[in-house]
Write a protein that binds this ligand. Sequence first.
Ligand code: FES
Length: 681
Amino acid sequence: MTTDPLVVFTPSGKRGHFPVGTPILTAARQLGVDLDSVCGGRGICSKCQITPSYGEFPKHGVTVSENALSAWNAVEQRYDDKRGLKPGRRLGCQATVQGDVVIDVPPESQVHRQVVRKAAAARAITMDPATRLYFVVVEEPDMHSPTGDLERLERALQQQWQIDAVTADLSLMSKLQPVLRKGKWEVTVALHKGHKDSLARIVEIWPGLHEQGLYGLAIDLGSTTIAAHLTDLETGEVKASSGLMNPQIRFGEDLMSRVSYAMMNPGGDQEMTKAVHEAINDLTTSIAGEAGIDAALIVETVFVCNPVMHHLLLGLDPVELGQAPFALATSESMSLPAREMGLTTMNPRAQVYILPCIAGHVGADCAAVALSEEPGKSDDLVLIVDVGTNAEILLGNTHRVLACSSPTGPAFEGAQISSGQRAAPGAIERIEIDPVTKDPRFRVIGSDKWSDEDGFDIDIATTGITGICGSGIIEAVAEMRIAGLLDESGLIGSAAQTGTERCVPEGRTHAYLIHDASAEGGPRITVTQGDIRAIQLAKSALYAGARLLMDEMAVDKVDRVVLAGAFGAHISTKHAMVLGMIPDAPLDKVTSAGNAAGTGARIALCNIGSRAEIERVVREITKIETAIEPKFQDHFVAANAIPHKSDPFPELAQVVTLPAPSFNTGGADSEKSGRRRRRRS
Ligand code: FES
């Protein structure tokens, strides 16, 4: 029986006996305990911090004495003097086993630490990125046994980190020699190894120990907006989130108009590719600046996007996506150098991963939602709608998952709305309309006060009130219906019909005035009849897509609904129901998941195993093509009313009393004009 001391690691519970003098880092490695190290035990990276516990541990069957570890040494003292170690912490590579001991590995010292998402249905992301840092000491050259610097670096990686072979491109080779000499043969390399790669690639090399971190971008490239999360690849922490409008909007508001632009203008696809590359390059620079890091430390980027954006990002002509059978150039995931794609402001050797597409109309963004929300692991039947310019819709459970995409247009993102804007400070995001006075109160992004509360004016002094964002317009339309300003067909009543002077004539129709600062040179914010129609088209497309999946699944009800999308977190369930955006579901079973596609991108960025997982899951998803399905049109027409006529929520009556279904005049006209718009679109 061994007399070597027992070492117990928590929280893993792994335990083993080790000879006196064994460094804790060595014990951890032999037991497969998740303890980080970049410097390979040289006492300079501080990644291996551990907390020994002393006293009685009946649970583990050990008593730990005060001298269970070697004494605090000079290396630890030097680190503590320079950077400071938290009380009770030791460096795992310096402290050695002297007696039975219980060692806690704090989360920040775990290589595969878990990062909990902020979203309601928290799913932890286990950190396991494709790019990691390794500190090595490289042998100096010797005339008597000549070898190249790269070969000696490879040997050091093999001996010190058991990494068998690496590859490096020419641009890295050109900095290899000066960096090795500057670092006096001690360097840190960033190695990238994709889940399908047999060789690791040297992405970057720094003299000495590199302590400025390593970063990645998770980018949700939408038709209307581009949203990016700058993520620390060691901790998973989001350092900055930023977004901008997709500049391709100038070539067409929606996907099909961009495909038409490419069809009708030779070189049009390349123009759009150039525009999006420039925007991503600018976004990379600005988000790095916002986080106060050097953009060259961004070594990885994950993209999620719909198929048209996917092709235009990659410089592929999207014309095939505009006509049946909607063939993709490739539906597989892509891993490629950022430079090859024209992304020039991140690290010159940064790697890009693009999630797989599901079908010609169902893109990598939908795959990202599936990765984030995992419908295939749900016991109950869940409907997930990711609301954007295109709605990505998934319906499924552990038996089967269906997916489709529905052309909602950009109205839900505040575009094509007369006073619309993207969600930014100054935008109205919440609104309530008093059913008696018909006056609105609202909240704008940048203040948590309502417009009729003290201090609101001070809060918004710098931003002003600039427009309405996506969640604001949804609430505005629903509130107008509840307050009797809008009838079931979507017609805005006149001042006489509604009893408020805020319903002002506008051409042959009416508009509802929310805020008027025109006397001071500010904006006049209204909801026009055109805005209502745009929202009706969008919500009908969303509803019809969801219904189509339910038809395929042969169900009339779903167990729960998850609203996702850039503003999914902000849509109130009540307003979504009044609008008739989604099929019937119990009220308490309608939840918001925030930007699920963006979260899926972050998961793929932080965890390499998730890339293989989503590639497998996507193959098992059944795709439904809305564009060629005749029932889509039937569902679309039925869904036009507010709320929809064919599938009204029974619960709605418990939440809100809706006024009379129509103003006596104009209902028929409005139906006709609605149909005319639909035909045009
Ligand atoms: S492993 Fe780097 S300080 Fe211990």
